[in-house]
Ligand binder design. Structure first.
Ligand SMILES: NC(=O)c1ccc[n+]([C@@H]2O[C@H](COP(=O)([O-])OP(=O)(O)OC[C@H]3O[C@@H](n4cnc5c(N)ncnc54)[C@H](O)[C@@H]3O)[C@@H](O)[C@H]2O)c1
Length: 369
């Protein structure tokens, strides 16, 4: 196979997040966008016109032999249904997070793809960003020591303040765990390895919530999921991490990520971003020290870095990093928050997963290659 071969990409789902993908894909020459599609044709046509692309029907996109990877940017409830159609069409699929809205359906997608020799990839890919790779380098170098514990904290007043169509965040498949949990838990697995077990408590303080954003301002949305979740993750490598994920917090002063090692404490940047400062502090220091970052993909929103890595991996016959196996492990952990809370017990995680290879091994001249 020629080292320069580009990989044909089709996009299904042309909503809010698709613009970020279409902009970021310009940074990755391996990706050749063939066409975009949406179940609402006018939405696909608008997006195609904005980016100078072709809009087609979902069926036409799936039938196009030039499309090798379909990037599935539909809503969580549709991820597996669309993913299974992609795989049935004989194409690899890379989807937005979460992999699915239940562990069982996520596993069905992976099993079906594997039986056909096709790949599944999944967002988030922010853990491949320079800030998180820098934190990984520090941990792997032994500088932090053995990690004992830490905190992962996401809390906001809810996406109904900005998203134009926020109802899916409160429907089955929504909630702060499935929505924001993937960023935090995926990065934790990148840094610490697989999760062993989960304990949690959860709450749904409001049975319905008003939309604050246009165009549906004032309408009420039913809330069918837990919106405030506090949990504990025990990692197979030893650390115990406290996790808070909430849509019920007016404001707070917590950092997204703190890890406590036997040598140093480590502040990891926001896992919803690619960059951000990595800081350390020893027991004797009074101030935090910024760890200089020389890793690429730390200076912008590179959503689609994981797609580019998967395209190169297909071309070069190596594993891709933002993998379906990683996303399934994370989905099992997220489902375990709800099970642990409902059944008041510690839930053991069954799926095996390897830490993804550091991005540095695929960087040539400062870029992914
Ligand atoms: N909005 C964000 O800032 C953001 C950020 C990161 C990740 N995400 C994730 O991206 C995904 C999409 O979010 P969004 O905010 O763009 O949602 P959205 O509602 O704005 O867009 C989803 C699009 O998918 C289309 N669609 C839904 N079901 C379909 C189907 N079965 N077949 C074809 N098209 C279908 C809809 O018509 C819509 O245009 C979600 O999984 C979300 O978690 C969103």
């Amino acid at each position: 196979m020629g080292a320069e071969r580009r990989v044909g990409i089709g996009i299904i789902g042309c909503g809010n997040i698709s613009s970020q993908y279409l902009k970021a894909m310009r940074d990755f020459p391996v990706l050749e966008i063939i066409a975009v599609a949406d179940m609402k044709p006018e939405v696909a046509e608008r997006k195609a016109a904005e980016f100078g692309l072709a809009a087609v029907t979902v069926d036409a996109l799936l039938a196009d032999p030039r499309v090798e990877i379909v990037v599935n940017l539909t809503i969580p409830r549709a991820h597996v249904e669309v993913g299974l159609r992609v795989v049935a069409a004989g194409k690899h699929v890379y989807g937005e997070k979460p992999l699915g809205i239940s562990f069982a359906e996520g596993r069905r997608l992976l099993d079906t793809a594997r039986a056909k020799g096709l790949r599944v990839g999944s967002a988030p890919d922010t853990f491949l960003g320079g800030g998180h790779q820098q934190a990984r380098i520090l941990i792997d170098s032994g500088a932090i020591g053995d990690i004992v514990g830490g905190t992962a904290f996401f809390a906001c007043p809810g996406h109904e303040r900005w998203h134009p169509d926020p109802a899916f965040y409160y429907d089955i498949g929504g909630g702060p765990v499935l929505d924001m949990g993937p960023y935090y838990i995926t990065d934790l697995v990148n840094l610490l390895g697989p999760v062993d077990s989960v304990m949690a408590m959860s709450a749904t303080p409001q049975a319905e919530r008003p939309i604050h954003s246009e165009p549906r301002k004032g309408q009420m949305m039913p809330v069918k999921v837990s919106t405030h979740v506090a949990g504990l993750l025990k990692f197979r490598s030893g650390p115990i991490i406290q996790v808070t994920l909430s849509f019920d917090v007016p404001g707070h002063a917590h950092l997204p990520f703190e890890l406590y090692g036997s040598r140093l404490s480590l502040l990891v940047p926001d896992p919803n971003m690619f960059g951000g400062e990595v800081k350390t502090r020893s027991a004797t220091e009074r101030e935090w020290t910024v760890s200089p970052c020389d890793q690429p993909y730390a200076d912008a929103n590179y959503r689609s870095l994981g797609v580019a890595d998967m395209a190169l991996a297909i071309r070069d016959g190596r594993p891709h990093r933002a993998s379906g196996d990683l996303a399934l492990h994370v989905l099992e952990v997220m489902e375990a928050f709800e099970t642990a809370s409902r059944e008041q017990r510690q839930v053991t995680i069954s799926t095996p997963v390897e830490r993804p290879e550091p991005l540095a091994s695929s960087i040539r001249d400062g870029r992914l290659a």
